[in-house]
Design a protein around this ligand. Structure first.
Ligand SMILES: Cc1cc2nc3c(=O)[nH]c(=O)nc-3n(C[C@H](O)[C@H](O)[C@H](O)COP(=O)(O)O)c2cc1C
Length: 387
């Protein structure tokens, strides 16, 4: 338990036992479920915790309360990694009121059958305030970052923003790691689709004087906030963050892999900037998605499979479709032994995304790369790098 300011305490919990966050994201350094308590004339608990760590969280809460009773539980986001203990809190503190958006209040019985908060709920919308004594919270709608019921709140005494999942990050607080790397992987995989909504929130924040950002995952941000806001502005606008190329391949027997690796070499020889190579069958899918958004250009290379494309590539492109991948140049390499189909399928999936420029000519490898394929790869690399 740490002090964020004289009246705001951190009561969140690190989870180092979790195998996959949201049942799909590898988190080698765990996850933090952040939660805070404001101890003013009134006491406000800011979100709860994942049920996986409920006992630890309740212990932290009790310690922070030091015998006091919460007047309000503010629910910024209803996802179970933050709201699992709302029903327990409602039962334990009969005088406590639940403060949330109208949508969140409607979601409560979906998660907690029979929960009774009649006369104990405060529905808040954009611009509403909650006075705690010295501190007053102002609420802002943050719909679709990354659920529809999300709100954020701002305390103009300590200039603290409670940002819900915005500015969140994979990794427990105990992890000593670069913020941007795991925050970017988190952002594009969790919020990537909602750039327009993130941009709207950033516009609102630009009018506030924020000194401290308290997100629901990852470290509290209190220094150099311009750096974090700058990255969020780049990401929300789908702008290129790093000049370079992601080469993503899906290969059954190694032929496509050899072509992809040769393509990466050619790109490096031509000074393409950062060239990252990912094996979609083995490497972290979330990192591949992150790198696709991070860089301005991409090469996709895949084997043909049952008149379609090898499934790991289909899975990758499907992730990009879901996350709103857009505004990038993409080159295609396909492989097949009798009737190559991978290129057509990849092009079709890419065509469904916004402002994707498919660079010609696509290269077709027949089973294994031959000498005659080398100039074709060079031509494709030149076309990809030409602006
Ligand atoms: C289950 C399976 C289905 C395949 N389907 C096709 C196909 O529809 N058309 C084709 O040309 N090759 C097909 N292939 C062959 C591979 O695409 C081809 O051998 C390719 O060279 C493999 O590339 P790799 O060495 O990168 O794995 C299939 C292979 C397997 C194992």
């Amino acid at each position: 338990m740490t002090d964020i300011t004289s009246k705001i305490k951190y009561i969140g919990v690190d989870d180092l036992d979790i195998d996959l966050f949201e049942s799909q994201y590898e988190v080698p350094n765990g996850m933090s479920y952040n939660s805070y308590v404001i101890l003013d004339e009134k006491v406000a608990v800011m979100d709860t915790c994942d049920g996986r760590k409920g006992d630890e969280w309740k212990k932290n809460l009790k310690e922070a309360l030091a015998g006091r009773t919460p007047d309000y539980l503010v629910v910024h986001h209803m996802e179970p990694d933050h709201a699992s203990l709302v029903a327990d809190m409602v039962a334990e503190y009969p005088e406590m009121q639940v403060v949330a958006s109208d949508k969140a209040l409607k979601m409560l019985p979906q998660f907690f059958e029979g929960i009774d908060i009649d006369g104990r709920s405060v529905a808040v919308k954009e611009g509403d305030t909650l006075c705690l004594g010295e501190h007053t919270l102002t609420f802002y709608a943050a719909a679709m970052i990354h659920w529809p019921e999300v709100i954020v709140s701002y305390d103009d005494v300590d200039k603290v923003l409670f940002s819900a999942d915005a500015f969140g990050k994979f990794g427990a607080l105990s992890a000593d790691e670069d913020w941007a790397c795991e925050a970017r992987r988190y952002y594009f995989n969790i919020c990537g689709k909602y750039g327009a909504q993130v941009k709207r929130l950033l516009d609102k924040l630009s009018k506030l004087d924020v000194n401290i950002i308290c997100p629901l995952h990852g470290p509290v941000l209190s220094e150099n906030l311009g750096y974090y806001l700058g990255l969020y502005n780049t990401w929300a606008a789908y702008e290129v963050e790093t000049e370079g190329v992601l080469v993503a391949y899906a290969s059954i027997h190694g032929g496509t892999k050899a072509a992809a690796e040769r393509m990466a070499e050619i790109l490096r020889e031509r000074g393409a900037g950062k060239v990252a190579v990912t094996d979609l069958c083995r490497d972290d899918m979330a990192e591949a998605v992150e790198d696709a958004f991070r860089m301005g250009k991409m090469v996709v290379a895949a084997a043909s499979y049952d008149g379609n494309v090898f499934p790991p590539m289909h899975d990758f492109l499907h992730h990009l479709q879901l996350k709103g991948f857009r505004s990038r140049r993409v080159a295609i390499i396909e492989n097949g032994s009798w009737a190559p189909t991978a290129g057509r399928v990849m092009a079709c999936m890419l065509d469904s995304m916004k402002d994707i420029e498919i660079v010609e000519p696509m290269v077709t490898i027949i089973s294994r790369m031959k000498a005659e394929d080398e100039p074709k790869l060079q031509e494709l690399a030149d076309a990809l790098l030409a602006e």
